[in-house]
Design a protein around this ligand. Structure first.
Ligand code: HEM
Length: 468
C-alpha cells in the first residue's frame, strides 16, 4: 500500500487514463505545442478538463477545472513539487535555491524568514516611492511622442524593486543590474515554458555569455550584501528585513541564501508587474468606455495630486482594471508541478513523475466562470462576483502554500502606477505595430507595445516632486 495516496487502491485501479492528443511517435506533442502554444492549449481543452499527452519522454497533464487546480496547488500540494522546467540548471544558476525553486524544509524556512519583509505595514511604506518613481518616469514625456510602453514599464518596475530592495537609487549599479537581468533571461525568452524542460542546453557561446552575466550580477549583489552587513544599518528596505530575519534558534540567512532570495525577488518581482501594467495600458487604449470611467475616478479621487497609500481604498475601479487585465493577460500564464506519488485528478490516474500544467490563460477565459470571457470588463469584479467565483477560476498569483509572496506589493504598485500615469497621459496604439503574444517565462508582447502619448493634463499639482 502506498502510504501517501489519499484514495483506496480499488478505487485507484478503476481510475481511467485521461484522453488527449497523441502527437508524433517520437516527439509527442512537442512540435504542436511549440508552433502555437496558446492555440494548442485551447485545442486540448476539447478533450475535457483533464488532458494527457507526451512531450518526448515525459508524460504531461493539462488541467482546466478550478477544482482540479485547487487539488494540485492547495489541498494536495504535499504530493507535488515544481515542474522540471523550473528545475533546469540554467534557471537554478540564476535564482539558486531561492523561494521560487526550493522545496521541502529549505523552502519552509526561507518562506518563514522572508515573510516579515512582505508584511503589509512594511510594504505600505513603499507607496510613496512607487508613485514618485512613476512621476519621475513620465516627467520627460511629451504629448505626441511615440514610445514603447512595455519597455518603459520594465524600466520603471526595475527601478522600484531596486529602490525598495536595496534602498539604492538608479545608480550605476541598478542600471547595470537592469541591463544584465534583461540579457540574462533571454535564453528563456522565445521558448515556451515546457519547451525548455528538455533543451536547456544552449549553444556554447550563449552559455558562456550567460555565465559571465550571472557572475557579474552575483558580484553586484554580494557587494551590496557585504556593505550592508558592515554598516549594520536598517535602511527600511527588503534587504534589511532579510538580513534581520532569524529562526527560533537564532539562525540567519547566509550570504548564499540572501543572494538567492535577492535574485529571486528581482526576477519574480519586476517583469510580472511590468507586464500587468503594459497589458493594462494596451487594453485601456482599446476600450474607451473603460478608459473614461478610469479617468473619472482619478479626477474625482485625486484631482491632479499624486496618489498616496490612503487613496488606495478609493481607487476601486483602477483596482478592477488591474484585476481584469491580469485575467485576460496573466503575466504568469501557467503553473507547473510534478507528481511525487501516483494520484487521481478529476477521476483520472496520474502517475508519479507526471508533469502537471495549469493555465491561468485558459481557465481565466473559460465561459463557464466568466460571462463573455474575451471582453475587457473591469466592472465584472464586484464583491458579489468575486465571492461567487470558484476559488481557482482566477489565480494570477497562484495559490496554496506556494502563493506569490509579493502579491500585495504588486497590486499596490500596479494601482499607484496606473493612477499616477493615467492622470497625466493616455495612449493610443500605433496602427502599423500589431501586438503579438510571446509565451516566454511570462506572457510578453513579442515586439513591445508601441503607443502615441497624449496629454490629459499639463502637470500634476499640489505636491512638489520629492528628491528621489
Ligand atoms: C503582477 C505581479 C505578479 C504576478 C502575476 C506574480 C505571480 C506569481 C505566481 C503565479 C507565483 C506562484 C508560482 C508557482 O506556484 O509555481 C509567484 C510566486 C512568487 N512571487 Fe510573484 N507575482 C507577481 C509579483 C511579485 C512581486 C512584486 C514579488 C516580490 C517583490 C514576487 C515574488 C514572488 C516569490 C518570491 C514567489 C515564490 C513564493 C514561494 O514559492 O514561496 N512576485 N508569483
Amino acid at each position: 500500500m502506498n502510504k501517501t495516496l489519499d484514495i483506496p487502491l480499488t478505487q485507484r485501479a478503476r481510475a481511467r487514463l485521461a484522453p488527449g492528443p497523441k502527437g508524433n511517435p517520437i516527439l509527442g506533442v512537442m512540435a504542436e505545442f511549440s508552433r502555437d502554444t496558446f492555440a494548442f492549449i485551447e485545442r486540448c481543452r476539447d478533450y475535457g478538463d483533464v488532458v494527457s499527452m507526451r512531450f518526448l519522454y515525459l508524460t504531461a497533464y493539462f488541467l482546466y477545472h478550478p477544482d482540479d487546480i485547487e487539488y494540485v496547488i492547495a489541498t494536495n500540494a504535499k504530493n507535488f513539487i515544481k515542474s522540471r522546467n523550473q528545475r533546469s540548471p540554467l534557471f537554478r544558476r540564476l535564482v539558486g535555491n531561492g523561494l521560487l525553486t526550493s522545496e521541502g524544509e529549505v523552502w519552509k524556512r526561507q518562506r518563514r524568514l522572508s515573510q516579515p519583509a512582505f508584511h503589509r505595514h512594511r510594504i505600505n511604506a513603499y507607496a510613496e516611492t512607487m508613485a514618485d518613481y512613476a512621476e519621475r518616469t513620465i516627467s520627460t514625456w511629451r504629448g505626441g511622442e511615440i514610445r514603447d510602453i512595455h519597455r518603459d514599464m520594465m524600466r520603471l518596475t526595475l527601478e522600484i524593486v531596486v529602490k525598495t530592495l536595496f534602498n539604492a537609487d538608479v545608480s550605476a549599479d541598478a542600471d547595470k543590474v537592469g541591463r544584465v537581468l534583461s540579457r540574462i533571461v533571454t535564453p528563456f525568452a522565445g521558448q515556451a515554458t515546457i519547451k525548455w524542460i528538455m533543451d536547456n542546453r544552449l549553444p556554447t557561446m550563449t552559455h558562456r555569455r550567460f555565465n559571465r552575466d550571472a557572475r557579474e550580477i552575483d558580484a553586484i549583489v554580494y557587494r551590496i550584501i557585504n556593505e550592508r552587513r558592515r554598516s549594520g544599518q536598517d535602511e527600511g528596505d527588503l534587504l534589511s528585513m532579510l538580513l534581520k530575519a532569524h529562526d527560533e534558534d537564532g539562525g540567519h540567512m547566509n550570504d548564499q541564501q540572501l543572494r538567492d532570495e535577492v535574485m529571486t525577488i528581482f526576477l519574480a518581482g519586476h517583469e510580472t508587474t511590468a507586464l500587468t501594467l503594459s497589458w493594462a495600458w494596451y487594453l485601456l487604449a482599446q476600450n474607451s468606455g473603460v478608459e473614461k470611467k478610469f479617468h473619472a475616478e482619478l479626477d474625482e479621487v485625486l484631482g491632479g495630486r499624486l496618489p498616496a497609500m490612503a487613496d488606495l481604498s478609493r481607487l476601486q475601479y483602477t483596482e478592477m482594471i488591474a484585476r481584469e487585465s491580469m485575467r485576460l493577460y496573466p503575466p504568469a500564464y501557467a503553473l507547473g508541478r510534478e507528481a511525487v506519488e501516483e494520484c487521481e485528478i478529476g477521476g483520472f490516474r496520474v502517475p508519479a513523475g507526471a508533469q502537471v500544467f495549469m493555465f491561468q490563460w485558459a481557465t481565466q477565459r473559460d465561459a463557464r466562470f466568466f460571462a463573455r470571457p474575451e471582453e475587457f470588463r473591469p466592472e465584472r469584479w464586484t464583491e458579489e462576483f468575486s465571492n461567487s467565483l470558484p476559488k481557482y477560476a482566477y489565480f494570477p498569483f497562484g495559490g496554496g502554500p506556494r502563493t506569490c509572496i509579493g502579491n500585495y506589493f504588486a497590486m499596490m504598485e500596479i494601482v499607484l502606477v496606473l493612477a499616477t500615469i493615467g492622470q497625466r497621459f493616455r495612449f493610443s496604439l500605433l496602427p502599423d505595430h500589431p501586438v503579438s503574444l510571446m509565451p516566454a517565462m511570462s506572457l510578453r508582447p513579442k515586439d513591445g507595445i508601441k503607443v502615441t502619448v497624449e496629454n490629459r493634463r499639463a502637470t500634476s499639482k499640489t505636491r512638489a516632486p520629492r528628491k528621489l
